[in-house]
Design a protein around this ligand. Structure first.
Ligand code: GRF
Length: 223
């Protein structure tokens, strides 16, 4: 069973959503969260891990080069999941875990992503642009912020007069649903990054069919 490391800088609500999804799957879960790493000692993601006796590691920005790779290797990690992680993943990690590093971004990439585009900055930029749709994007991670091949996206409306907090909450609720499914799909091999750098396989998301209720779980778990 693939061992997942979750990397987070903030509250870790996406970590929590993943843990709860894996709880729901029980014995049918295709992977387990085996390590949580944060660059910030006060990140509540570390607290969430400790509550479940999952190893929780604080790796500050000042850590020696190679520390992240070393930690992932020591814990025999198969899948690396970024969940509100604000640091660039070192190229050595991206290469060694090629096709096995995922990220969630709170906008529809390739718009509103890249260096410095995180947290409320993303939602402020969306609102300032006048866009009427934002959303969540799950993608494979490459050596640049928010740029790797896209696995799944889900739109949310940006009504006139929207505020960044309301938009952030709307997008986060979608992240909590689609990210665990994408992680599950990659862990099961339903979706993978091909040698050609494109995404093979797909989550059968179908916007009109799911309508305004939002995304429903797209596939039946095996086993
Ligand atoms: C999420 O919006 C995620 O997309 C972004 O940072 C936020 C993290 O939230 N990268 P949390 O720490 O998972 O609660």
């Amino acid at each position: 069973m693939p061992r997942i490391a979750v990397l987070a800088s903030g509250g870790g609500s996406n970590l929590q959503a993943l843990l709860e999804r894996l709880d729901t799957l029980g014995k049918a879960a295709p992977a387990e969260v085996s390590l949580v790493i944060s660059d910030r000692a006060q990140s509540y993601a570390l607290g969430r891990a400790r509550l479940r006796d999952i190893p929780a590691l604080h790796l500050p920005a000042s850590s020696p080069e190679g520390a992240l790779e070393q930690a992932l290797a020591t814990h025999d990690i198969g899948l690396v999941v970024l969940a509100g992680y604000l640091r660039l993943v070192p190229a050595a990690v991206v290469r060694r875990w090629a096709g096995r590093v995922l990220n969630v971004h709170p906008a529809l990439l390739p718009a509103f992503g890249g260096p410095g585009m995180y947290g409320h900055r993303v939602h402020d930029a969306v609102i300032a642009s006048g866009a009427r749709v934002s959303g969540a994007t799950v993608h494979f991670v490459d050596e640049q912020f928010d740029r790797g091949p896209i696995i799944a996206q889900w739109p949310v409306p940006v009504p006139a007069g929207d505020t960044r907090d309301a938009l952030a909450a709307r997008v986060l609720a979608v992240e909590h649903r689609i990210y665990p499914w994408c992680i599950e799909a990659v862990a099961r091999g339903i979706v993978r990054l091909g040698d050609d750098g494109t995404v093979h396989g797909a989550l059968p998301f179908d916007f009109p069919r799911f309508g305004v209720e939002g995304p429903q779980h797209p596939f039946v778990p095996a086993g």
